[in-house]
Design a protein around this ligand. Structure first.
Ligand code: HEC
Length: 174
């Protein structure tokens, strides 16, 4: 009898502890995790409000950067931008001139919907590269948003411009 009591007290305590931990996790507002491997880039763009797309990877993650390099080549970005993103027929991706902006959100949208659609949404060319032309839409060619985030991790890792402009023009000092 006593043993049963002890066991049930222990059981109740662990349920309470688990509930408490869950409560803390929920209270901390843990962001819902998005499985980028299952979302087409085109759908992610459609379903995410402007300004909210952010790369889950860092360009210091060597394994991700290596995968990104492989993906950039396999999707043929190199045909226009060069294998290291340094430019060729088309603008470099790794300097500090950003045609529409250098933040994750703008770059992701540009590659997914292409220049023409981006301009229809009100974006305009604010940076001037030596070569000017349309970036084709890749939104349904790239198999998952995860692939595209990895490509950007690689591109960022090759950045060779002014560090202050890595993610676009820095805000004006007040
Ligand atoms: C047919 C050639 C072509 C291919 C293929 C291509 N791009 Fe582009 N890309 C361009 C052009 C041209 C621009 C400039 C767009 C503009 O001025 O509107 C551009 C612009 C960009 C920019 C913005 C550069 C800046 O300085 O602001 C990024 C990032 C980019 N492309 C990434 C990619 C990625 C990633 C791929 C492969 C999935 C890719 N591109 C494939 C032609 C291409």
């Amino acid at each position: 009898m006593r043993r049963v009591l002890v066991v049930s007290v222990v059981a109740i305590c662990s349920v309470l502890t688990a509930a408490g931990m869950l409560g803390k996790v929920l209270a901390a507002g843990a962001p819902p995790t998005v499985d980028y491997t299952k979302i087409l880039p085109a759908d992610l763009v459609k379903n995410t409000p402007k300004g909210k797309l952010a790369n889950p990877y860092k360009d210091t993650q060597a394994d991700i950067v290596a995968e990104g390099q492989h993906l950039l080549l396999s999707y043929g970005c190199n045909g226009c931008h060069g294998g290291g993103g340094g430019g060729g027929m088309c603008p470099p991706l790794i300097n500090d001139t950003w045609v529409y902006g250098g933040d994750d959100d703008t770059l992701f949208r540009l590659v997914v919907i292409g220049s023409d659609e981006l301009q229809k949404l009100g974006y305009s060319r604010i940076g001037r590269e030596n070569v000017v032309g349309p970036m084709p839409p890749f939104g349904t060619i790239i198999k998952s948003s995860d692939d595209l985030w990895k490509i950007f991790a690689f591109v960022r890792s090759k950045y060779n411009g002014d560090p202050a402009y890595k993610f676009g023009a820095p805000p004006d000092p007040q």
